[in-house]
Design a protein around this ligand. Structure first.
Ligand code: SF4
Length: 280
């Protein structure tokens, strides 16, 4: 049964079908990620009234407009601070930030670092297509060294962020990486993370054939998916060095951290307030 059929059968559809067709290019990977996310939400039986989706700016940022729950399409890089505010105001809600690599790790990079350090109770779905797709294919904070983009026509000199390494080093309790080829693993990972607390990070390597793939010898969605299929290695205990993504190299995927019971920022804050009230 297709997602659309399944959703139609649901009394409360999780898609704003009146807003379709979507803006994404044919073969873009963002739809695969959104599909996996919605299926995981349905499997978890999360009350749509208790789910909030927040995104920033960019191709992935448009996802918030298609989900039929309270959703916020925020300013560039500010998805995480908006989500922190929502969680503070309504700790009973499941708050998910669904955004792209440029949004989360360039202009929003400082928010990511500090929210992870504090262990805010948020699920971060980070779609990494190695480029700024919406604005024409500039290099971004996760573009592999040597990759060709509109702003690096002779190859990218920068070193990209190693997202799982960054998240683990900041103490995030759940960290995983998959590609859009790993649909079942991705859905299972989101399902698992939705049932946990704390700053949970799932990076999804996704194809952008339109502006990234065609400059890097992968002109079609299929050629990018074949690259993911042939070059991904599942290794849950990978070293930080192995998690680095090299241009046209292997992509190590898996579940790299899964630790329960670390107090969240919201729990610590509640605890401080309770103790202060008891002392006064
Ligand atoms: S530009 Fe790239 S990331 Fe954006 S919708 Fe098109 S294929 Fe997807």
């Amino acid at each position: 049964m297709s997602l659309m059929e399944e959703l139609r059968m649901n009394e409360e559809s999780l898609l704003r079908t009146e807003r379709l067709p979507h803006v994404w290019c044919p073969g873009c990977g963002i739809g695969i990620v959104l599909n996996a996310f919605l299926r995981a939400v349905m499997r978890r039986k999360i009350d749509p009234n208790k789910l909030v989706v927040v995104s920033g700016i960019g191709c992935t940022g448009r996802a918030a407009g298609y989900v039929n729950v309270d959703s916020f399409h925020t300013t560039h890089g500010r998805g995480i601070p908006f989500a922190v505010g929502i969680k503070f105001a309504r700790p009973d809600l499941n708050v998910v930030v669904f955004s792209g690599d440029g949004d989360l790790f360039a202009i929003g990079g400082n928010h990511f670092v500090n929210a992870a350090r504090r262990n805010h109770d948020l699920l971060i779905i980070a779609v990494n297509n190695f480029t700024y797709g919406m604005t024409g294919g500039q290099h971004g904070p996760t573009t592999p060294t040597g990759a060709y983009t509109t702003t690096t026509p002779y190859g990218n000199p920068d070193r990209p962020f190693n997202i799982p390494h960054l998240a683990i080093s900041l103490g995030a309790p759940y960290v995983a990486r998959w590609t859009t080829y790993h649909v079942n693993q991705l859905q299972n990972s989101i399902y698992k993370a939705l049932g946990m607390k704390g700053f949970r990070v799932i990076e999804i390597i996704s194809q952008c054939p339109t502006v990234y793939g065609r400059r890097n010898t992968m002109r079609t969605p299929l050629s990018m998916m074949e690259y993911f299929q042939k070059n991904s290695i599942v290794k849950n205990d990978a070293s930080f060095e192995e998690l680095e993504i090299k241009y046209n190299g292997k992509i190590v995927v898996g579940e790299f951290r899964n630790v329960q019971g670390i107090p969240t920022y919201e729990e610590r804050y509640e605890d401080i307030i309770r103790r202060a009230q008891n002392e006064s």
